[in-house]
Design a protein around this ligand. Sequence first.
Ligand SMILES: [Zn+2]
Ligand SMILES: [Zn+2]
Length: 667
Amino acid sequence: MASTQARLGQQALAVLDVALRVPCIFIIDAIFNSYYDPGSGWAGAAGKVLVRVMGVLVSGMVLLLSQKALFRFYTLFSAVLLGAAAVLINYYAASHIDFYSAYYKAALGFRLLPRNGPTLWLAMAAVQLLFAVGYVFLLDLQSAFAALVVLDVMVPLWGLAMELPADVRQLVAVLSGLALALNTAVCLAARLRCFYYSCRYVYLLVRHMYRIYGLQLLLEDTWKRIRFPDVLRVFWLTRVTAQALILVYVVRAVRRESGDGYLLSWDVFWDLTSNLIISGCDSTLTVLGMSAVISSVAHYLGLSILAFIGSTEEEDKRLGFVAPVLFFILALQTGLSSLDPEERLVRLSRNMCLLLTAILHFIHGMTDPVLMSLSASHVSSFRRHFPVLLVSLALFVLPVALSYALWHHYALNTWLFAVTAFCVELCLKVVVSLTVYGLFMADGFSNVLWEKLDDYVYYVRSTGNIIEFLFGVIMFGNGAYTMMFESGSKIRACMMCLHAYFNIYLQARNGWKTFINRRTAVKKINSLPEVRDEQLRDIGDVCAICYQEFASSARITPCHHYFHALCLRKWLYIQDTCPMCHQRVYVEDEGRDRAAASNNNGGYAPPGGGGGPGVGGDQAAAAAEPDDELLEDNDSIEYDEDEWGTQNGGTPLEEDYINDDTDSTDD
Ligand SMILES: [Zn+2]
Ligand SMILES: [Zn+2]
């Protein structure tokens, strides 16, 4: 119960924290968006610039305050506001209320206040008392002093009550206002020391953090501490809502005047929405706000899809981050906020299409592992398979529909080309995933071990990867074309470099590495002797990796252990030793030959040399005590290391070799 309350309290604090930071963003946004008119003389221009810079600086500082400092700042700020409001009301009432005629002119210009004597000043007294008490409370004044301040605020009202002449009342109001201003100044000055110390503390803290954690972590911490995404989100949503309310109000007023129906028609609604969207990305700040909103949409989309396909991953870590970053980069790259309104809408919808395809790619990235684990674990429940298959189908249909619709409406340009390429690539990936899934499922339904399965899966996957790589190259060409003939911004150049690194270079490298790994594994397997039908029946054993019987053939290691070729190959992708007794199964080159020779005391010849059945009896004995052998193995390596170190002075090359050797054995 207590913990629930504490949590609620923390949440309330967090909400307040965000709400108090949002006005800063509004002020900065207003300053950047306001029309700057330089044509008012040198001093005027300088003053305006100064006010703008000060406004941005102060708002920025308030935005970055810690929660405690933020609350304190707002306390002082609202105290000052309350005091100012009380003084202004006093002054206004003292100078504008005319006892002989103005009872009927509403006080304060509107008709909320009562019109006759005692009711007027009694009501005002209540309001001023509230303001004064609020002021005293927020500034945390001591009791006697507080009473004086409240009295000071109420004095002009007595003049009002006693119906003193207007100029006396005015003088009293001004004097009371000055006294209050003086009091405020003293109170603020008394806090100056505290302010200085907290500034110094913050400065030291930031310097310390910068030295220990570096700039990136410092920024990350600040970003999280001030809840910047939330602040941006609230800012953007509030801004758009306010604009929507104003627009709807204006449109309705116009329609009422012209006598049209009260309800908005579809066209008007569409107009309003597009106007809102256009003004929702008219500056870098608003684009940031829009990205923050996209982030939460993408985050919840990711979460719901994960839940729908029954993924074991509970948190969507990537989509809520990648989608907004991508959106923001696209906006920067296309100069979204500086375009003309009409053009901006077109550009925005184009960016959104690209973003949508990227999000679909990510969703495919989420479904693929689930699909694979379902097919590999032979879960046969239809209810588990159906959602994943449905999502995969949607991932195939959506891009097709999208590119069909776009081709229907637009002529070919670089943007349409990019979207289509993304769509085709996605369809291809889905087909590859589904094919692999089908292969595994077929394997699950047949009772015989399907030796070729791994090869087929590899072929399908690598075909998919090669085509994906080609698409990456094509996209790079498309980007280069755009840069040369359409818009060559620096951001685009950076993005092209990133694309070239991640989508072309890394992919090619990984593909090549997989290929080489596989080729060596196949080579290793082929170097081991094969045991056929007759001998197999004599052995009557099962494969020690998958515990299934040998269908037609098995491979035998130099240490006399039998495995399926496929099972052993998977193992050999990772390491070179027998899974049962940890003896070296295959040695690659001469350097390793020597290592093997010293490790195994010449126990068996390298493969190709008379491996297989003729290995020798001592090896069979060693196999019976795999743990001891393993220890011995390690010992001998340590011994080797010492020997090399003392005898040869540990030249770098040999050290490398030894380290390499130790690694591969300890793995
Ligand atoms: Zn097996
Ligand atoms: Zn073995």
